[in-house]
Ligand binder design. Structure first.
Ligand code: SAM
Ligand code: SF4
Length: 336
C-alpha cells in the first residue's frame, strides 16, 4: 500500500497517453490544438508500462488511461494488454470522448480494459457540434451503446456543466432511468494559459457550484414528474467509484446521477491519485505546478531511480490545494 504523509492511501494512477485529440472542446483545448510535442519528448508505450510496473510495486492498483483522447494514441490496445499483465494492477479504466469506441471497444475489452467514462456535455446535436467544434453526437451515442453491449461496467457519462451553455440537464438525468448509465455532473474548472479570464475564457460565473446544481436539478426532476433525487449513502449502492463523486438516484432508475466538485467542495482529504503526463512528468496534485521528472529517470535505465522519483512525488503530495483551483496546463495535457 502507498500512503502519503497525510495518511491517505494513494493507489490510483491516471496516465495521459497523448495530448492530441480528435475534438476541440471549448473548455479544454484551443481551436488550433496544443503545440505538437516531438515524438521523443513523449513517453513510449513501453516506458508507460515500465512506470506502471514500478507504481504497482509501490501499491498502485488502479489505472486510468486518459489524454487528450486516449483512443487516438497508436497502440493503445497493446498498452492495455501490457498493463493488464502487471501483477497488482486490479483494474484499468479509460476516459474517452467515445467517438472511436464503436471501432475499438471490442479489442480493448479483450485486451483487459474494465470500465469506461464517456464525456458528453449535451444531448443536442447542434450544441454538441458547437461545444466540440466539429463532433457528431451520433458517434458518441454509438460509443455508449457499444460500451453497454460489450458489458463494460460501470459506464459513466461525464458532463461538464457551463452556466452560459444552458445545457438541458434534465435530459441527462433521464438517461439514467432505463439503462445502467451513471451520469456525473462536473464543475467547470479554469484551465490553460494564465488562470482567470484568460486561457480558455473560464469565468467564475460560468461554474455552477455543486450545491446550487443539485438544488436546480432536483427542482427540474420534480417539475418534470420524475420525483426527487434520492441520495445514495451506502458504498454498495453507488457505481464503484475511484473518485469523490456524490451519488443520487431517481426512484426505479437503473443508473445514478453523480456530482463532482473540485471547486466548491474540494475533496483533497479523499485524494487517492497521482497523474502522469504524456511527457513523463508526475503531478502530485492537479492544481499544483510541481512535477517530478519520471521520463529522465526511465531513460537513465535505472529502475531504482524511477522508484525514488515516485516516492519523492508521493511524499510531496500536498494536504490540499488551498483554494488555488485551476491549472495552467491544458486539460488535454494532464488528462483531467
Ligand atoms: N478526451 C477524453 C474525454 O474527453 O473524455 C479524455 C480527456 S478529457 C481532458 C478528461 C475529462 O476532463 C473529460 O471528462 C472532460 O470533460 C474534462 N474536462 C476538460 N476540460 C475541463 C474543464 N475545463 N473543467 C472541467 N472538466 C474538464
Ligand atoms: Fe478532447 Fe476530451 Fe479535451 Fe474534448 S475534453 S477536447 S474530447 S481531450
Amino acid at each position: 500500500m502507498s500512503f502519503d504523509q497525510h495518511g491517505r492511501t494513494i493507489d490510483y494512477l491516471r496516465i495521459s497517453v497523448t495530448d492530441r485529440c480528435n475534438l476541440r472542446c471549448l473548455y479544454c483545448m484551443p481551436e488550433e490544438g496544443v503545440p505538437s510535442k516531438s515524438h521523443d519528448s513523449m513517453l513510449s508505450l513501453e516506458e508507460i508500462a515500465s512506470f506502471a510496473r514500478i507504481a504497482a510495486g509501490e501499491g498502485f492498483k488502479r489505472i486510468r488511461l486518459t489524454g487528450g483522447e486516449p483512443l487516438v494514441r497508436l497502440g493503445i490496445e497493446e498498452l492495455v494488454t501490457k498493463l493488464r499483465a502487471i501483477p497488482g494492477v486490479e483494474s484499468i479504466a479509460m476516459t474517452t470522448n467515445g467517438i472511436l469506441l464503436p471501432k475499438m471497444a471490442k479489442k480493448l475489452k479483450e485486451a483487459g480494459l474494465s470500465r469506461v467514462n464517456i464525456s458528453l456535455d449535451t444531448l443536442d446535436p447542434d450544441q454538441y457540434h458547437h461545444i466540440t467544434r466539429w463532433g457528431n453526437i451520433k458517434e458518441v451515442h454509438r460509443g455508449i451503446d457499444t460500451a453497454l453491449e460489450l458489458g463494460f461496467r460501470p459506464v459513466k457519462i461525464n458532463v461538464v456543466v457551463v452556466r452560459s451553455l444552458d445545457q438541458d440537464l434534465l435530459a441527462f438525468v433521464r438517461m439514467s432511468l432505463d439503462r445502467p448509465l451513471h451520469v456525473r455532473f462536473i464543475e467547470y474548472m479554469p484551465v490553460g494559459g494564465s488562470l482567470g479570464n484568460e486561457g480558455l475564457g473560464w469565468t467564475k460565473e460560468d461554474t455552477i457550484p455543486n450545491e446550487e446544481l443539485i438544488a436546480l436539478i432536483n427542482q427540474k426532476t420534480q417539475e418534470g414528474g420524475l420525483g426527487a433525487l434520492e441520495p445514495l449513502s451506502q458504498q454498495s449502492e453507488t457505481p464503484t467509484g475511484w473518485g469523490p463523486a456524490r451519488y443520487y438516484q431517481l426512484k426505479g432508475a437503473k443508473g445514478t446521477v453523480g456530482f463532482i466538485s473540485a471547486l466548491s467542495r474540494h475533496f483533497c482529504s479523499e485524494c487517492n491519485r497521482m497523474r502522469l503526463t504524456v511527457d513523463g512528468q508526475l503531478l502530485p496534485c492537479l492544481f499544483s505546478n510541481t512535477s517530478y521528472d519520471v521520463k529522465a529517470a526511465l531513460r537513465s535505465q535505472d529502475l531504482d531511480a524511477v522508484g525514488q522519483v515516485l516516492r519523492k512525488a508521493l511524499a510531496s503530495k500536498p494536504s490540499e490545494h488551498h483554494h488555488k483551483v485551476g491549472t495552467e496546463h491544458y486539460m488535454s495535457q494532464i488528462g483531467g
